[in-house]
Design a protein around this ligand. Structure first.
Ligand code: KG4
Ligand code: ZN
Length: 341
């Protein structure tokens, strides 16, 4: 029987635990923290406290759903970073305690690599086609917008990143300006379906090579609305769907232009997307359409694996276990990372 890994993810506002046997997912439990909604964003101190409350029941449920006990686990994988230090500490401390008490290896995982790892998750009884190496991943989340060249499971090179805000942040901040709830990405996605993506035009940045920038778009959106609302206080309410559709289209155009550039420059035509924003229906359509036009083989993650989850961490842990990349018990969390390893 292949080895069994328990994965723990607590980098932001989701407390999650998953069990994999090899790359086959046996359970994946996610407790999302509702407490942040009324503040319009994640409040770090509240996040750590909620993780503390959630971690034991979430791990218990993951073991139960997988039909195993703690005796069946061969190693514990946890997210070391990037993320909120207080949140990471909760998952890390729990993982350390469990590894120490069971005398089993501890495996540190990189949250960003984890997002890409969703493309290797297998489900029991389901035939899944995985990308072959090398492949390009557009990794877009609330904290990151990266173009990554994936050469092997644990060998990844960042080709481009964001110079300021991430794509998810652009969705969330613009949603806030329109008075929409947090997180704004899924809300904009839904409203955009009813709107005209060509109704309004917003600034697109000019940044070098494969890098992104979203702060200009956010500012242009803010000033545009400020002027319109000065003329007509109901402007946002009256044009909500068109605003969402136009904003979403602008973000997608920005993301796609650099992705296409990276594919052209590398000649790699296996193309995947990952991270919270990869749930966006407009982006999924755009990548699929571009793939058909340009002869790419496109990999879209299952929607339930796009936002933060421990399945991705458990799978990353599996590949690290195979290479015996184990962490020491004095390991500490990291809020930022510059490399994928
Ligand atoms: O990967 P994730 O769960 O957390 C980070 O690692 O940041 O991503 C969360 C981000 C949020 O900014 C959220 O608004 C965005 O993903 N998001 C979406 C959609 N679903 C989640 N953005 C656009 N469309 C969606 N359907
Ligand atoms: Zn994430």
């Amino acid at each position: 029987m292949d080895i069994t890994i328990l994965g723990i993810e607590s980098s932001c506002d989701d407390t999650s635990c998953a069990v994999v046997r090899g790359t086959t997912l046996l359970s994946n439990v996610i407790a999302s923290q509702e407490v942040h909604r009324k503040w319009g964003g994640v409040v770090p101190e509240l996040a750590s406290r909620a993780h503390e409350q959630n971690i034991v029941p979430v791990v218990d449920k993951a073991l139960g759903d997988a039909g195993i006990t703690v005796d069946d686990i061969d190693a514990i994988a946890f997210t070391r970073g990037p993320g909120l230090l207080g949140s990471l500490l909760v998952g890390l401390s729990f993982a350390k305690g469990l590894a120490l008490s069971r005398n089993i290896p501890l495996i540190e995982c990189n949250h960003l690599m984890g997002h890409i790892m969703v493309h290797f998750i297998d489900e029991p009884g389901v035939e899944t086609v995985h990308p072959s190496f090398p492949f390009i991943t557009l990794l877009v989340s609330g904290g990151h917008s990266l173009i990554v060249l994936v050469k092997d499971h644990l060998d990844m090179e960042i080709l481009g990143g964001t110079t300021d805000d991430a794509a998810g942040e652009a969705f969330d901040k613009c949603a806030k300006v329109m008075g929409l709830p947090y997180p704004g990405g899924p809300v904009i996605d839904k409203l955009a379906a009813e709107g005209d993506p060509k109704a309004f035009r917003f600034a697109k940045p000019s940044v070098s090579q494969f890098d992104y920038s979203f702060s200009g778009l956010k500012t242009s959106f803010l000033y545009f609305l400020r002027d319109k609302v000065a003329e007509d206080p109901d402007f946002i309410e009256r044009n909500k769907a068109d605003l969402c559709a136009s904003l979403q289209q602008t973000i997608i155009d920005i993301l796609m232009s650099k992705l296409i550039k990276a594919v052209k420059a590398t000649g790699v035509t296996e193309v995947a997307i990952a991270g919270g924003v990869s749930a966006n229906s407009g982006l999924r359509d755009a990548v699929t359409r571009e793939g058909e036009k340009r002869g790419w083989r496109v990999f879209l993650p299952k929607k339930s694996y796009t936002t933060d989850n421990a399945a991705m961490i458990a799978v990353e842990g599996y590949f690290k276990y195979r290479k015996e990349e184990f962490a020491s018990l004095d390991i500490t969390p990291v809020s930022r990372v510059t490399q994928l390893k």
